[in-house]
Design a protein around this ligand. Structure first.
Ligand code: FAD
Ligand code: NAP
Length: 281
């Protein structure tokens, strides 16, 4: 297992059965001082932020970094956050839910442009393209801020030549939480117009405002009753489809069970699988 201590300046993956950094406030072995460049509030409880990036910081789209916020009452509070920016970009971007009363969320809520932050030197994660066997269609399934890692994947050129079709399914409680919808709709239109690259289907799912989106049930129900397949015209099977899941852990568990029943497997002992998961809490 690669630990933060021995993998500074390099991207790394933990084995599937290892506990990722989790939400514990573990102080990282090595971090670099950075600065907040930009903050965008989608709703009072959802924001995106960009921070400066150390020129030696490397990551693979889909990875997360550990961000540290200074706390006047003690040591900096570190949390893992998926990187939403592309590797080619000079900054690092993150998409965050502010959890009421959460130690990190409370500090992040007060963060302003110009404030200092720390970024652990290593990056980690399971949601990378090389964690899946080659396939025809890529399904990027998210709830809430679980959309984050997919933005990095979609902002990088590799995915567009690796798959014929890409589907983003993003489930949120309310329409205002459909962050990045404009960018995803734009990508969907742009990619439909080109024949050389993969086509993108964007399927927003709002669960607590009936009628706002065509799909309004929870994602496992939409998979089970065939709605996702109908909405895209794509079958979901281990031969053609590759699936990534990120966000609510209960949703992940349910999807893992449903996909396993269909014959999907995660990557194990060097044998590439058809599905991959990232657990946020
Ligand atoms: C690998 C990994 C990647 C992550 N990437 C992101 C990310 O890109 N964006 C992000 O917002 N969070 C992400 N998280 C969660 C993040 O690390 C923190 O837990 C979150 O910022 C809240 O921190 P906190 O100290 O305020 O509350 P914590 O004490 O860490 O969490 C309190 C509770 O809040 C809930 N919670 C935590 N995170 C979320 C969330 N994202 N959405 C909804 N409910 C949540 C859970 O019930 C949790 O038990 C990630 C976690 C992991 C393990
Ligand atoms: N979202 C925000 O802007 C916001 C703001 C402040 C604080 N918070 C706090 O953050 C926490 C989580 O909020 P969140 O809305 O980001 O995440 P969430 O509760 O995980 O909801 C995000 C989406 O996932 C769906 N979902 C929840 N459980 C599921 C399951 N078991 N299977 C399938 N789908 C499931 C939800 O559907 P349902 O609607 O059916 O549950 C919703 O569409 C809460 O404690 C909340 O109070 C959120």
């Amino acid at each position: 297992m690669t630990s933060a201590a021995d993998s500074s300046n390099s991207s790394s993956s933990l084995p599937e059965n290892a506990t990722p950094s989790g939400t514990a406030a573990r102080a990282p072995a090595a971090a670099t001082p950075q600065e907040v460049l930009w903050i965008h509030r989608w709703t009072p409880g959802l924001l995106s932020l960009r921070v400066t990036r150390d020129s030696r910081f490397r990551f693979t789209p889909g990875h997360y970094a550990r961000l540290g916020l200074p706390d006047s009452s003690g040591p900096a509070v570190f949390r893992p956050l998926s990187i939403t920016s592309a590797p080619a970009e000079a900054h690092l971007e993150f998409f965050c839910t502010l959890v009421t009363g959460g130690a990190f969320s409370s500090l992040l809520d007060r963060c302003r442009v110009g404030d200092p932050v720390q970024v652990e030197k290593a990056s980690y994660g399971f949601l990378t393209l090389d964690a899946l066997a080659p396939g025809h269609d890529l399904w990027l399934i998210a709830s809430g801020s679980g959309l984050g890692p997919y933005l990095s994947i979609l902002r990088d050129p590799e995915v567009w030549s690796a798959f014929a079709r890409i589907v983003v399914v993003h489930s949120v409680r309310r329409a205002a939480e459909l962050a990045y919808a404009e960018e995803l709709e734009h990508l969907a239109q742009q990619r439909s117009a080109t024949t050389a690259a993969a086509r993108l289907h964007y399927l927003p799912v709002v669960t607590r405002e009936p009628g706002v989106t065509a799909l309004s049930q929870r994602i496992p129900a939409l998979l089970a009753d065939g709605s996702l397949a109908t909405a895209t015209g794509l079958s979901i099977d281990p031969e053609h489809s590759r699936v990534m899941v990120c966000g609510n852990p209960e949703m992940s568990r349910e999807l893992r069970a449903l996909l396993s029943e269909r014959g999907f497997r995660t990557t194990r002992r060097g044998v590439l699988g058809q599905m991959a998961f990232e657990k946020y809490w």
